[in-house]
Design a protein around this ligand. Structure first.
Ligand SMILES: [Ca+2]
Length: 366
């Protein structure tokens, strides 16, 4: 049959317009006949694309004609499988594609083929390390774990990672806790009167009068015209009008009033509670007898930079209320007109230094 095929081919080439058509016609007639002998392989060569060395064919039409050699698929149609990124048959080395690895180090290098664990290892690779609750490499944002923060707001929200300060804030340590006076305090105020005149009858002091208040309130001060309550306190020692004035002030918290009169020399004390939003104290007492002289403290803030002040002491210098112009303790009333601002009394100066009539101490007791 092989020879006849070639003979027929030669005849057809000589006598027909389309030898190919005649060959196909003959092959068509053989459809269904037994597959002819032959091989597409001949040593190192093959017959792929044409007739074999026997009766069968090795071209791409043999399937249609039914005359393919038995080994056509093996010899001619064997296409190389696509190289895959797989560890199948590649454990311990590189994948067939060369794109990934299947060895012990691939996990470390991060270039394992996707099926490395399934194909090459009997146990799954260890899970990745848990994301850390650390600010390392996360300053200014969220931790890798997402559980805590490393930005400058985390302190306020209370969700900083534990190492936030060490990692992110080392050059800008958080400020120390701000001292405050949120908790109420209690003070004892003690006036120690040292005034001991030899030429004044019955030297004494009127009851302490004043208030706790906020910094926006001025009950009296140097350079300021005395209120009627201050005038009455300074001229007569009566605390009542000033107490009434204080009670009408929005920024005042509580009236502080001591007992009295208090002999001089002598000591008087008073205890009071104080709140952070009314941390300022004003107290006064009349020098008696006197025209309009008094002593005291004005606008003393007991809440300091480090919280409530433990203890503070002030001299009791004599002030002139600017309402009575008498010049001696026992001078008769002489209204000052126009009223003058409150000022330190220039007569109570010795050798150029103020001459206080005592001192006053605020001691925190709670
Ligand atoms: Ca005066």
């Amino acid at each position: 049959m092989k020879n006849s095929k070639y003979i027929l081919l030669a005849v057809l080439v000589a006598g027909l317009t389309s030898c190919q058509t005649q060959i196909e016609n003959e092959r068509t007639e053989r459809i269904g006949s037994e597959l002819e002998a032959g091989s597409c392989q001949s040593g190192a060569d093959d017959f792929c694309g044409g007739p074999s060395d026997g009766d069968c064919w090795c071209d791409d039409k043999c399937a249609g004609f039914g005359d393919c050699c038995a080994d056509i698929d093996e010899v001619c149609n064997a296409t190389a499988p696509p190289a895959t990124n797989s560890c199948v048959a590649s454990c311990g080395g590189q994948s067939a594609s060369g794109n990934c690895y299947c060895d012990d180090q691939c996990a470390e290098f991060g270039d394992c083929c996707s099926d490395f664990a399934a194909v090459c290892t009997s146990t799954p690779p260890p899970p990745p390390p848990p994301a850390s609750d650390s600010c390392v490499a996360s300053c200014g944002g969220q931790s890798a774990s997402g559980n805590c923060y490393c930005d400058d707001q985390c302190s306020g929200f209370g969700d900083c990672c534990g190492d936030y300060t060490a990692v992110c804030d080392s050059t800008n340590p958080p400020p120390p806790p701000v001292a405050n006076c949120d908790q109420d305090a209690r003070y004892r105020v003690t006036a120690n009167f040292t005034w001991n005149p030899s030429n004044v009858p019955n030297p004494h002091w009127s009851p302490l009068i004043g208030a706790t208040h906020n910094a926006g309130v001025t009950i009296w001060d140097t350079g300021v015209i005395a209120s009627n309550g201050v005038k009455v306190m300074a001229e007569t020692g009566s605390p009542a009008p000033l107490a009434a004035e204080i009670q009408s002030l929005n920024g005042a918290n509580q009236v502080l009033q001591g007992s009295g009169p208090v002999d001089s020399p002598g000591v008087t004390s008073l205890e009071f509670d104080i709140q952070g939003n009314f941390s300022v104290v004003t107290l006064s007492t009349m020098v008696a007898p006197s025209p309009d002289w008094f002593v005291g403290v004005s606008g003393l803030d007991l809440c300091g930079a480090n919280g409530w002040i433990d203890s503070v002491n002030a001299d009791l210098r004599v002030l002139d209320a600017g309402t009575d112009s008498g010049t001696f303790y026992t001078s008769a009333n002489a209204v000052t007109s126009p009223q003058q601002p409150i000022e330190f009394h220039q007569g109570f100066v010795v050798n150029g230094q103020p001459f206080p009539l005592g001192s006053i101490t605020f001691q925190r007791i709670q």
